[in-house]
Design a protein around this ligand. Structure first.
Ligand SMILES: [Zn+2]
Length: 278
């Protein structure tokens, strides 16, 4: 079942966000496996829940921020509740990252919202926009891409984005909206550590679907030491937060919920498999 991909943001801004075509079947991947050492392997497992699309007074904002875990709030710049959401998330002990709107393969550029990174921009303009976005989101310790299947497959663009992140000491989380992502290669070149998304929780906007994806998270945690899962405020905000709340107690027995920054400086690269492009 697929539910409408396009939704309207706050009309005041005339902003249209594209809750892009997440493909449930393609959203599982296999990061580094745990060696069969036994012992307290379970204790080491970590799960980072990242919630995208804050900043525009989206549905489920309160419910997500008040979940009984440390999560990472990905907040879009230049929107009505950008600062409010960032302050609140920070106050509650969550990590804050910039949710940078980036050009998708499909869809119109003007759907992305203010300050978007598109592949037709000059080097100087891309740098200016990335710096402005970082400056607009208080407490940001990192960045991930909103949409971006085209921009994250563009080496010139990503070189600048990752270079600015490196200069500002920010983590980059590759949402992996394109299987052609150049982030791993360019990150190596630029010399910045990145993290990648393993699974989207709410390709379909129902509690049942989010619960199914959380079962996949459990399976990933049996094989891997750590897992990054992305959910959203907005159309799926209430159903996803509800599913998370239901499953958190059980997951807490299997892994520690950590903000994104806790995943860095761990041994072993995150390997990559393609997520559906968007
Ligand atoms: Zn997004």
């Amino acid at each position: 079942m697929r539910i409408g991909k396009i939704f309207l943001g706050k009309l005041a801004l005339g902003l249209v966000l594209l809750a892009a075509g997440r493909d449930a079947n393609a959203s599982v991947s296999s990061p580094s496996a745990i060696p069969e050492s036994g012992g307290n392997a379970v204790d080491k497992r970590q799960i980072a829940i990242v919630i995208d699309d804050f900043g525009n007074g989206m549905k489920g904002t309160e419910q997500m921020l008040n979940l009984p875990i440390k999560l990472t709030a990905a907040i879009m710049p230049f929107l009505p509740t950008t600062k409010e959401d960032a302050e609140k998330a920070h106050r509650l002990g969550h990590d804050v990252i910039v949710h940078l709107p980036m050009e998708p393969v499909r869809g119109q550029k003007n759907w992305l919202g203010p300050g978007a990174i598109t592949t037709d921009l000059s080097d100087g303009e891309i740098r200016k926009r990335v710096e402005a976005a970082i400056a607009d989101v208080p407490h940001a310790i990192g960045m991930n891409n909103h949409m971006g299947s085209k921009a994250t497959a563009d080496k010139r663009v990503m070189r600048i984005v990752l270079q600015v992140c490196k200069e500002k000491g920010l983590i980059f989380l590759d949402s992996r909206t394109s299987f052609r992502t150049v982030v791993p290669a360019v990150a190596k070149e630029v010399g910045i550590e990145t993290v990648r998304n393993d699974i989207f929780l709410d390709d379909v906007y129902t509690r049942q679907h989010a619960l199914k994806q959380l079962q996949e998270v459990k399976k990933l945690l049996q094989k891997n030491e750590r897992c990054v899962a992305i959910g959203h405020v907005g159309p799926p905000g209430l159903s996803t937060s509800d599913a998370l709340r239901a499953v958190i107690p059980e997951l807490k027995g299997k892994a520690e919920f950590v903000p994104l920054s806790a995943l860095l400086s761990l041994p072993g690269p995150f390997t990559a498999q393609g997520l559906q492009s968007r």
